[in-house]
Design a protein around this ligand. Structure first.
Ligand SMILES: Nc1nc2c(ncn2[C@@H]2O[C@H](COP(=O)(O)OP(=O)(O)OP(=O)(O)O)[C@@H](O)[C@H]2O)c(=O)[nH]1
Ligand SMILES: [Mg+2]
Ligand SMILES: [Zn+2]
Length: 349
């Protein structure tokens, strides 16, 4: 059992496994084509993707615990303690699973021009929605035109979130990431292509395992060097899932995640006259009052309103799925009205 605990197994899972006699637990390391690679208590195993209909990206994620038959078939995907998922761009109701059973999601943004507070908020809403703890890592300190300024800006928009900068090139800050990833703990690296995810992973591994590539000189964008999600085992005992660069993370089922990402707005919102105040143009809105008085950030409120609308439109669409056509039309109109609702007053100031 000791081995499994190093892989992130929790004893509470044992009961669930009892429903699959003769099966052993294994953790999914990677998924490619029609096969999976996993790590069991006795070493690596691989087998066919046979478990469910539909593309594996909708039912199996790197980091999942599965019950494996003696023939290395997936008998079941065990319940998840956390799950990061996004909506597939351009597909209204298609979910893509990014990583399962992860403790910390490290959001990497390069200080070479990749830094973007609005993108951070969106990613953090998705992380909260997945029941994962976010950690923001600003990479490439050596490339920052004004490091203290960028740190201060990031801290201002991310109250309460652990945030620090690193420079893998000069060996600074890697130990801080390693310190979070103790034995049995799993992290995932998220961020745009070129943010330095694989570079940081290699530093943690103490070896060049993942390929890395220089960003484009004119705009600092990466070259999509990493092409698949994969779980790695660190010498210190922790685990990291390296992912291909993702710039655009569309929210999937994230209404609560959005609320958690803007705690100061939610807190001030308790003082609004109406309990269901949307802080857009309602009379007696404590949030708009605080924004007018410079006690809350206007940018944060705009970002909150935008992400909340996206999450609400998603929730309505989800309801629409599988309804009869009359009700579908009614909900369809509701979605349209969310999308077209009068722009919030804050836009004009
Ligand atoms: N100057 C500087 N460059 C760095 C640092 N960390 C990473 N890089 C460079 O940034 C480039 C991109 O790094 P990668 O690790 O490939 O980026 P990635 O996030 O894995 O990118 P994808 O796999 O495409 O998603 C490489 O040329 C790295 O050497 C740093 O601290 N300073
Ligand atoms: Mg990479
Ligand atoms: Zn309000």
């Amino acid at each position: 059992m000791e081995n499994l605990i190093d892989l992130g197994w929790q004893r509470s899972r044992s009961k669930e496994l009892l429903s699959f006699p003769e099966c052993q637990p294994a953790r999914i390391v990677s998924i490619s084509g029609s096969r999976f690679l996993a790590m069991s208590g006795s070493g690596p195993v691989s087998g066919p993707l046979n478990y469910a209909a539909g593309p594996p990206s909708t039912w199996l994620a790197v980091g999942d615990w599965v019950a494996l038959t003696p023939e290395n078939r997936i008998a079941s995907v065990l319940s998840r303690t956390s799950l990061l998922a996004r909506k597939v761009v351009g597909e209204p109701m298609q979910e893509q699973l990014l990583a399962a059973n992860v403790d910390y999601a490290f959001v990497l943004q390069g200080l070479d021009g990749d830094f973007n507070p609005r993108r951070l908020e969106r990613t953090i809403a998705l992380i909260h929605a997945g029941k994962v703890v976010p950690v923001v890592v600003l990479t490439k300190e050596d490339r920052a035109p004004a490091l203290d300024d960028a740190l201060a800006r990031a801290r201002a928009v991310l109250p309460g979130i652990v945030l620090f900068s690193i420079c893998v090139l000069e060996g600074r800050g890697v130990d801080r990431v390693a310190g979070i990833l103790g034995p049995g703990i799993t992290g995932v690296f998220l961020g745009s292509s070129g943010a330095g995810k694989s570079t940081l992973l290699n530093a943690l591994l103490g070896a060049t395992v993942q390929k890395t590539a220089a960003v484009r000189a004119h705009d600092s964008r990466g070259r999509h060097t990493t092409s698949a999600r994969k779980l790695f085992f660190l010498p210190g005992g922790g685990m990291v899932i390296d992912t291909p660069g993702m710039r655009e993370l569309q929210l999937w089922d994230a209404e609560e995640g959005v609320s958690e990402t803007f705690p100061e707005i939610e807190e001030t919102g308790k003082h609004c006259r109406f309990r269901n105040c949307r802080h857009e143009n309602e009379p007696g809105c404590a949030v708009l009052l605080a924004v007018d008085g410079n006690e809350l950030s206007r940018e944060r409120l705009l970002s909150y309103v935008k992400l909340r609308r996206e999450a609400e439109a998603f929730a309505l669409r989800q309801k629409l799925h599988g309804r009869d056509s009359a009700e579908a039309r009614r909900i369809g109109r509701a979605i349209k009205s969310v999308a077209e609702r009068k722009r919030p007053r804050v836009h004009y100031e």
